[in-house]
Design a protein around this ligand. Structure first.
Ligand code: NDP
Length: 237
């Protein structure tokens, strides 16, 4: 029998990169998976076809869409909030609307999605948010707003772990370091700079982040909650 057979999972933001790797991993491990997408219809359809997971359009900037997608999934055993954007640059010139959009996706949707998932979640369920090592360390200019959105997830999981712990629901944040995706390609112009502050001087891969998520979703992680799970090649060491 597969690890997650009989379990239902919802991944918010599963069409590309780390989210797609999580959809693949949880599906492979036997979960019945739904995932959301916003802009990448073709990529979402490919992942759905490949994994058998169900793809649902829900833009994370729209609270009612996230609440609806979560509610419609019914009782979810494993809720993963992965959707995120990175708006980086000089805070004096960044477009405030872009920053607010990032806050909407990275913080507001994560909070409302997690709370909605917890409503019908069976005892022993799992809530996993994808944060960033930049919540711990901001060694470069231009990352204040992005890092702020990810450090918000730290107190979110600490608090929600207390709120839902009586039902043995665990709430954690996984904090990747530089990971090879569309958002942060391993051959991108900033790669050498990022590697310069890492102990292991290379990008991580989405599949390793997905493996960490699968561990947290599993039985052996039942005592881990309200905690930061960093997988960053020593970026924050
Ligand atoms: P990608 O840009 O490769 O993928 C982002 C994913 O988020 C896509 O599936 C995208 O879906 C979804 N998404 C973006 N905006 C929305 C929205 N408005 N509504 C719903 N879904 C949305 O990024 P990564 O895979 O690299 O990043 C995934 C997560 O990991 C993010 O939270 C990011 O901050 C975090 N992270 C990434 C790191 C990296 O180095 N790659 C490092 C640290 C953290 P669609 O295309 O369909 O809109």
């Amino acid at each position: 029998m597969s690890v997650f057979s009989g379990r239902k999972a919802l991944v918010i933001g599963g069409s590309r990169g780390i989210g797609a790797a999580i959809v693949r991993r949880l599906s492979r491990d036997g979960a019945s998976v739904r995932f959301t997408w916003a802009g990448s219809r073709a990529r979402a359809e490919d992942i759905a076809r490949e994994t058998g997971a169900q793809a649902i359009r829900a833009d994370a900037t729209d609270r009612s869409a996230i609440l609806g997608a979560t509610r419609d999934a019914g009782p979810i055993d494993i809720f993963v909030f992965n959707a995120g954007i990175c708006i980086a640059g000089d805070p004096l010139v960044l477009n405030p609307d872009d920053v607010d959009r990032m806050i909407d996706i990275n913080i507001r949707a994560a909070y409302h999605g997690a709370v909605e998932a917890a409503r019908a979640m069976p005892d022993g369920g799992r809530i996993i948010l994808i944060g960033s090592t930049n919540a711990n360390r901001v060694p470069f200019r231009g990352l204040a707003a992005y890092s702020m959105t990810k450090s918000a997830l730290q107190s979110m999981v600490r608090g929600l772990a207390r709120d839902f712990g009586g039902r043995r629901i665990t709430v954690n944040v996984v904090q990747p370091g530089p990971t090879d995706t569309d958002m942060n390609p391993a051959n991108g112009p900033e790669a050498d700079l990022m590697h310069s502050v890492m102990a292991i001087k290379e990008h991580g891969c989405a599949e390793d982040v997905a493996a960490y998520v699968a561990f947290l979703a599993g039985h052996a992680a039942r005592g881990i909650t309200g905690a930061m799970q960093t997988i960053d090649g020593g970026f924050s060491a």
